[in-house]
Design a protein around this ligand. Structure first.
Ligand SMILES: [Zn+2]
Ligand SMILES: [Zn+2]
Ligand SMILES: [Zn+2]
Length: 618
C-alpha cells in the first residue's frame, strides 16, 4: 500500500516527463497536492449455473460402446442426465471450493467454466430418403441406365447445312443427312450420371444409409462482474475509469483481496473482493494556467486534463490564420512551428502516410499527436489541429502534381485531331481498301497508343521534378513518402494493357482489310475455289457483309460533308474532359485515374464517333 505523497510524486513526474519531452522548461510548470482520501474499490464476481445441451449429427458415424442406445433409450438417458445436470449439488460445492482459492485468476479470465460434464451418448436412425439402402434410383435416367442421345435427339441421324460462295460474295446453302456420330445410329446413350447401373449414391446420407446423433449435456458456471466503490473522493470517476479496462490491468494496479461470499436465492453464487485505494487530487500549473488531475494507487492519472490544448493553442491560431496566405508566409510558419515536439511528430506522421487519402492522413496525424502529448489533449482539439497540419502540408509538400498528366493527355488529343484532319481524311478520299479500317483506325489509334506509351516515363519524370520543386524549403523528414515500386508497377501495368490493345487492333484491321474471296468460276458452276463451312450459324457472314455496307456509306458521306472532323469535335472534346469530371466527383486525383482515363476515353470516343455518325447522320 502506497502513501499519498508517493502517489502524488509518481503522478506528477509522469506528466512532468511528457512536458519535458515536449521541451517545456521545468520553470514553466509546477504541481501542488490539494487533497487525498482512502477507501475501498468493490468487485463482485457472481456465478450463475446453467444446463447446456447440444447435439451433432453425422451421416454414418461411429457407435459409442456402452453409450449407444435405441431411440427410446436415447430419450430416456437424455432426460436422466438433464435431471442430474440441473441438480449436481456435490459438483457445484466442489466448484465453489476451488473458485475460492483461485479467485483472482478466475476474475481475470472471466469465462464460462464447466461444473459437470455428462459422458457423450448417441443413437442411430435410418436415412428417410433411401430407407437405409444408401442408394436411390438414378434421377437422370429414371433407373433404366440409358438416355436419349443429345447429338440426334433420338432419331439416329443428323442433317448439316453447308454454305458455298463465289467471287461476287453470293451464298448458297446445301442440306446433307448422315448417321449420328455420338450414338452410332441407335439414338440411345449410356447414362453418364450412373454409368448404366440405374442407381446413384443417396446424397442425404452420402451412401451410409443411416445417421448418428451425439448428445453432449453439461452444467456450466457463467461469470458476471460488477464494480462499485465505497463513499469517497472521486469515487464515480474511479469506477468509470476502470469499467472499460481489462480485469488483468485492474488486478495489477489495485491488487483486490477476497472479503466474503454468499449463495443467492435463485441458486447463483457470488464472491466479494475489495481493493484498498488511495486517491490524490492535485493541480498542474502550466504557463500560468491551472488544471486538476487525480491519481489512484499506481495509476498516474484518471482525468487527463487537456494541457496541450492550452500549450498548442497559439500554433492552432496561426494555422487557422494562414489558410489564405501566400506560400512564403506559410513556409515561414512551418519553419516556426516544426520545433514543437508534438508538431514535429505530426509532420513525420504526414510523411509516413505517403499518398493516402486526406481522411486517412488526418487520422494518422491525430493518433501521433495523441501519443506525443501523452493523451493530455482533448479529442476535438487534436482533430482540429491535425486537419490544419494536413491542409498546410498539402500546400507546402504535395504528394504529386497532376498537370504533367493533363498536358500529356492534351498532346494525345492534339495528335489525334491532326491525324484525323490530315492523314486520315486524305487517305479516305483516295482509299482503295475494302473496308477503310486500315486507313483510318490503324495510323491514328496505333500512333495514339504508342505516343501514350512513349510519353509515360518522361511524364513520370516531369511529375517528379515539378513535385520536388513544389516541396522546396520543406525538410526531407516531412515530405510525403514516395512509393517508387508502386508507381513503376502502375506504369508497367498500363504499358502492357496498351500494348495488348495495340496488338488486338492490328489483328482486327489486318483481318478485315484482307478478307477477300478469289475464285476462277462464276456462281452456278460446279467447281468452287473456296467453301466456307459455318456449320450452325450464319452470323459471321451477316456481320461481315453489313459492316462492309456501313463503312462504304460512312466513307462516301464523310467525303462529301467532312463529318469526320465534326465527329471528332462533337465526341472527342467532351471525352477529353471526362477524366477530369470523373476524378473530380470521385475525389481520386491520382495519376492512375488520369492516365488510364486519357488512354481509354479517346478510344471510346472513336467508337462512339462511328456509332453517332451512322445512327444520326446517315
Ligand atoms: Zn440415404
Ligand atoms: Zn442413370
Ligand atoms: Zn445420336
Amino acid at each position: 500500500m502506497q502513501n499519498h505523497e508517493e502517489i502524488f510524486h509518481n503522478s506528477a513526474s509522469h506528466i512532468g516527463g511528457i512536458l519535458e519531452i515536449n521541451k517545456i522548461p521545468k520553470s514553466d510548470f509546477g504541481f501542488t497536492e490539494t487533497q487525498h482520501d482512502s477507501y475501498g474499490f468493490l468487485i463482485t464476481l457472481t456465478y450463475s449455473f446453467h444446463v447446456v445441451e447440444d447435439t451433432d449429427t453425422v451421416a454414418g458415424g461411429q457407435r459409442i460402446s456402452g453409450n449407444h442406445y435405441t431411440s427410446s433409450g436415447y430419450e430416456k438417458t437424455k432426460a436422466n442426465y438433464y435431471k442430474y445436470a440441473s441438480q449436481c449439488n456435490n459438483e457445484k460445492s466442489e466448484f465453489i471450493k476451488n473458485a475460492r482459492s483461485n479467485l483472482v485468476s478466475l476474475f481475470i479470465e472471466n469465462k464460462d467454466k464447466n461444473v459437470w460434464v455428462a459422458p457423450t451418448f448417441s443413437y442411430s436412425y435410418n436415412c428417410s430418403r433411401c430407407s437405409g439402402r444408401g442408394q436411390v434410383t438414378c434421377f437422370s435416367c429414371g433407373g433404366s441406365g440409358k438416355k436419349i442421345c443429345y447429338g440426334c435427339g433420338g432419331s439416329g441421324s443428323v442433317s448439316e447445312i453447308k454454305s458455298v460462295s463465289d467471287i461476287h460474295g453470293n451464298y448458297e446453302y446445301v442440306k446433307i443427312n448422315r448417321s449420328c456420330d455420338s450414338c452410332g445410329g441407335s439414338g440411345r446413350q449410356t447414362c453418364q450420371a450412373c454409368h448404366g447401373s440405374g442407381k446413384e449414391t443417396c446424397s442425404s446420407c452420402s451412401g451410409h444409409g443411416y445417421f448418428t446423433e451425439y448428445c453432449h449435456i453439461k452444467t456450466i458456471a457463467k461469470p458476471a462482474i460488477t464494480y462499485d466503490a465505497e463513499r469517497g473522493l472521486y469515487a464515480t470517476e474511479v469506477v468509470n475509469y476502470f469499467l472499460p479496462r481489462t480485469n488483468a490491468y485492474l488486478c495489477k494496479v489495485m491488487q483486490p483481496e477476497y472479503t466474503g461470499e454468499a449463495g443467492l436465492n435463485n441458486g447463483d453464487y457470488c464472491f466479494n473482493m475489495k481493493a484498498p485505494i488511495t486517491v490524490v487530487e492535485y493541480t498542474v500549473t502550466v504557463r500560468g494556467k491551472e488544471f486538476v488531475e487525480v491519481a489512484v494507487n499506481r495509476v498516474p492519472g484518471i482525468l487527463y486534463p487537456p494541457i496541450f490544448d492550452h500549450l498548442l493553442g497559439k500554433v492552432e491560431e496561426q494555422l487557422v490564420d494562414s489558410r489564405r496566405q501566400s506560400r512564403g508566409h506559410i513556409l515561414k510558419l512551418y519553419q516556426d512551428i516544426m520545433d514543437h515536439h508534438a508538431i514535429n511528430e505530426a509532420l513525420e506522421a504526414y510523411r509516413e502516410a505517403g499518398d493516402a487519402a486526406k481522411g486517412q492522413k488526418i487520422e494518422a496525424v491525430k493518433s501521433r499527436v495523441h501519443s506525443a502529448t501523452g493523451g493530455y489533449i482533448s479529442d476535438g482539439f487534436s482533430s482540429t489541429i491535425s486537419e490544419d497540419i494536413v491542409n498546410l502540408m498539402s500546400r507546402l509538400a504535395p504528394h504529386s502534381t497532376s498537370w504533367p498528366w493533363w498536358l500529356a493527355g492534351f498532346l494525345c488529343l492534339v495528335l489525334e485531331m491532326v491525324l484525323a484532319t490530315h492523314l486520315g481524311y486524305k487517305n479516305i478520299s483516295h482509299s482503295d481498301s475494302m473496308t477503310g479500317f486500315d486507313s483510318i483506325s490503324a495510323p491514328i489509334l496505333g500512333v495514339d497508343l504508342l505516343f501514350v506509351m512513349v510519353m509515360a516515363l518522361p511524364v513520370a519524370f516531369l511529375n517528379w521534378l515539378v513535385t520536388r520543386y513544389r516541396q522546396r524549403g520543406v525538410s526531407a523528414m516531412h515530405r510525403p513518402k514516395v512509393y517508387h515500386r508502386k508507381h513503376i508497377m502502375r506504369v508497367i501495368g498500363v504499358l502492357s494493357v496498351a500494348w495488348y490493345l495495340f496488338l488486338v487492333m492490328l489483328y482486327l484491321t489486318h483481318s478485315f482489310a484482307h478478307s477477300e474471296y478469289v475464285g476462277i468460276s462464276h456462281y452456278g458452276d460446279t467447281a468452287y475455289t473456296k467453301i466456307v463451312d459455318f456449320t450452325n450459324s450464319n452470323a459471321i457472314i451477316w456481320v461481315e457483309k453489313h459492316v462492309r455496307d456501313w463503312i462504304t456509306h460512312l466513307r462516301s458521306y464523310a467525303q462529301k460533308k467532312g463529318l469526320l472532323i465534326w465527329g471528332m469535335v462533337i465526341v472527342g472534346i467532351p471525352m477529353f474532359f471526362m477524366p477530369t469530371i470523373v476524378a473530380w466527383f470521385r475525389r481520386k486525383k491520382n495519376i492512375r485515374w488520369i492516365f488510364v482515363g486519357n488512354l481509354f476515353l479517346p478510344m471510346l470516343s472513336w467508337f462512339l464517333w462511328f456509332v453517332i455518325l451512322y445512327l444520326v447522320f446517315l
